[in-house]
Design a protein around this ligand. Sequence first.
Ligand code: HEC
Ligand code: HEC
Ligand code: HEC
Ligand code: HEC
Ligand code: HEC
Ligand code: HEC
Ligand code: HEC
Length: 311
Amino acid sequence: MRRLFLIVLLWLPLLCFTCSASAETFTCLACHSAMKGKIRTEAGALINVNVDGEQYAASVHGGFDCLTCHKQLSTNPHEPAKTAGIPKNVASLAGKIPHKAKVDPIALAACVECHDAAYDALQQSVHGKNVIDKKQSDGALCIDCHGSPHYITPKNTAASMVGKKNIVKTCGECHENEELAKKYNFGTHILERYRESFHGKKYIIGHPNAPTCVNCHGYHDVRKWDDPKSPVAWDNRTETCGKCHKGATKKFVTAITHKHIGKDAPIPYWFEKGLIVLLLSVFAFITGHVILEAISEIRDRIFRKKEGHHE
Ligand code: HEC
Ligand code: HEC
Ligand code: HEC
Ligand code: HEC
Ligand code: HEC
Ligand code: HEC
Ligand code: HEC
């Protein structure tokens, strides 16, 4: 009996910890699962105040308290949050990405606390650099690819925005956007060209091994294609394509292109230029021929007239 009492006593603090954590979340959800629609905050952001409690609980982070990420809430209508403080790496990152956050840069940066490897890779990527170094808000951070932070499911589930089924659409959100394509000069028809390619066609009909964007470009450390560390840089292409095409050669890998035609894609560029030159020469030849014919006709007539005069 005494033993049992001791065991219960020892477990009590732990029980209390978990019950207080979920009680906190319960309080948050009391308002946030009941509220529907969008609200404009005092700072002017239009937010979706609804958090679906069940869908949250079923997500990969469902076991966590809301304050795990929301370490610092706006005071109205909230009380100052009782959190364990803000870790250094989260605070430092939050200071670099406020322009990307809608309401809460601390929550947006909180991912680094548990997923620091993903963040390290992202910071080196063209997307991370766009936000952190260039101070733009166009590049992708975690939730641009993974979707709402409240409903993330494992990558092998149908709902995952980064799973095979949805990833092309996810990258397409930005890469099909004409404005962004123009601003960053990455060519406007990437998605269209992908879908028209033999890879895209196989993907659409559900071929299990058809490559999506991430098989060729990677995902957390996506780089410009001419960055030597990009998996699609010329020197790495045989290896990247070779994962599926055994023995891919330098010649084989030139078969793929979905970028816009420019000098940096030498083969299609000169092929197109060649076609234009060919077409122009044919035109020039025909026009020249017609003009010469006309001149000789005119000269003939004048000559004949003159001759007639002489007679
Ligand atoms: C009394 C109801 C209520 C409770 C309880 C509540 N919220 Fe809110 N929350 C709101 C309302 C209303 C807004 C819209 C805020 C505005 O108008 O600025 C909001 C906004 C937010 C926002 C976005 C804007 C901001 O101010 O940061 C976050 C994040 C948030 N709540 C998280 C939480 C968390 C986490 C909890 C639990 C610790 C919680 N809320 C508890 C009513 C509530
Ligand atoms: C895994 C981290 C994480 C957890 C756990 C989390 N949130 Fe969030 N939440 C975020 C991030 C990131 C944002 C977006 C912040 C931004 O862009 O400024 C956000 C945004 C919000 C917003 C604003 C919605 C909008 O339109 O952007 C509300 C409201 C909110 N959270 C409430 C909650 C509540 C309630 C809980 C607990 C049930 C919770 N969050 C748990 C990370 C989290
Ligand atoms: C307190 C720690 C913690 C924080 C903060 C956190 N996560 Fe997680 N995350 C986890 C754990 C634990 C899992 C489940 C185990 C796993 O699969 O790694 C997970 C899983 C994930 C997965 C699913 C991985 C898969 O299996 O496909 C993604 C994606 C993810 N988190 C993204 C985020 C993002 C984005 C943020 C910031 C908004 C964030 N996490 C914040 C701990 C955390
Ligand atoms: C450009 C889009 C993109 C961004 C930005 C992004 N992810 Fe991912 N993430 C993916 C894709 C795609 C996968 C799944 C890859 C696969 O199919 O194996 C993934 C997988 C994951 C996983 C599962 C483990 C793994 O490596 O497969 C975790 C955890 C994760 N991401 C967390 C994060 C966090 C945290 C951030 C922010 C630092 C982030 N992601 C930013 C696209 C992205
Ligand atoms: C939130 C928007 C967004 C999402 C989502 C996104 N990207 Fe990007 N991406 C950009 C922007 C903006 C740039 C240009 C950044 C710059 O140059 O500063 C870029 C650049 C790139 C580049 C380099 C282009 C070049 O100039 O060579 C590649 C490759 C790329 N993204 C692939 C992907 C892939 C693959 C995915 C999905 C896993 C993805 N992106 C998801 C916005 C996005
Ligand atoms: C994730 C696997 C994967 C990757 C990576 C990949 N491919 Fe493919 N590729 C395929 C599949 C699957 C097909 C369709 C094959 C079939 O139906 O027999 C295909 C078809 C092709 C074809 C059509 C002719 C043929 O041999 O069937 C060419 C050309 C091709 N790929 C080139 C490339 C190039 C170049 C790269 C690298 C830039 C690349 N592939 C990367 C899986 C891949
Ligand atoms: C089979 C491999 C492969 C697949 C699949 C693939 N790419 Fe590419 N991508 C490349 C290669 C190789 C380049 C380098 C330029 C070239 O030679 O076309 C490139 C270039 C790019 C560029 C830069 C283009 C520019 O104009 O500078 C972007 C952006 C891009 N890809 C995005 C995507 C997106 C988004 C997807 C998914 C819809 C995707 N890629 C699918 C191989 C691939």
